[in-house]
Design a protein around this ligand. Sequence first.
Ligand SMILES: [Zn+2]
Length: 171
Amino acid sequence: MKILVNGIPSNLRFSSAHVIPGHESCGYIHGHSYFVDIVIEGERAGKFDFVVDFKEVKEYTKAICDELDHRLLIPVFNDLVEFKDFDKEKDSIFNLKKRHSIHFKIDGKGYTIPGVDCVLLPLPYTSAEELAKFFAETLARKLSETYDNLKYVSVCVNEGIGQGAEYRKDL
Ligand SMILES: [Zn+2]
């Protein structure tokens, strides 16, 4: 059986800035009001015969939304994104996150942004596609700590109404 959670009425939303390095029109920093829809399939199980508890699904997803909300999302592993004094191959992203200011170039354009204004994501892009994969994998990992009856977690990250990308993480 499947359960569905709709992002707009469930308040699984975030407003963030991002950039698609090298893209003709999306290569400039711009924003979206995102919302996240979820489908989870699994066997019904446990004391209440649920697939999964809606409350937990919403709580875990909201926590990811809150982390990204009102921030600039930077894809650390994009080839066109270079950080000052940071080697992507050797240095830990956690050290980069601790910096007061983040100095970086995107496709040759230089930026200095306060660390608290950014979220550094271990992704090649902060596209709807990559964000959907990030949400699905993070949510699946969290739910797997307490559930062993789930078949997959599918997440659609919508860049506003009418366009979104869906990723299914099989368990
Ligand atoms: Zn965009």
